[in-house]
Ligand binder design. Structure first.
Ligand SMILES: [Zn+2]
Length: 119
């Protein structure tokens, strides 16, 4: 399961932003080229985050399509993959312009228990 390689970095970013606050949900923008699976990543993350402030946090993945541009005809497109040749002119001078990012977009925090809850 290659999601393992990702959850440590994501957890680190979440913890850095949370700074000790209890995390309820984290939203991560992920380029499709990473080929991550939402369920597998959630499972791996749950294990990695166990015992931390992100324990039981829900990981929301927002998939970002792969984007590319052809240098020959200036065609721009996006999809699940970067093609080997331009789908418009067949040229091979294709430049990738997105789809490989991983960005922690937002973190939602759980409410701290109030004093009356701690009896
Ligand atoms: Zn082209």
């Amino acid at each position: 399961m290659h999601e393992w390689g990702y959850c440590e970095g994501i957890l680190e970013a979440v913890q850095r932003r949370a700074a000790g606050r209890r995390v309820k949900r984290a939203r991560v923008r992920v380029g499709v080229l990473h080929r991550l699976n939402q369920n597998a990543l959630q499972q791996a993350f749950a294990l990695a985050a166990s015992g931390s402030e992100a324990q039981d946090a829900i990981l929301d993945l927002a998939f970002v399509p792969a984007r590319w541009r052809c240098h020959l005809c200036q065609e721009e497109s996006e999809g699940a993959d970067i093609p080997l040749v331009c789908s418009n002119c067949g040229g091979m001078e294709i430049e990738m312009s997105g789809g490989d990012e991983i960005i922690l977009e937002s973190v939602e925090y759980a409410l701290e228990p109030t004093k009356s809850d701690m009896k």
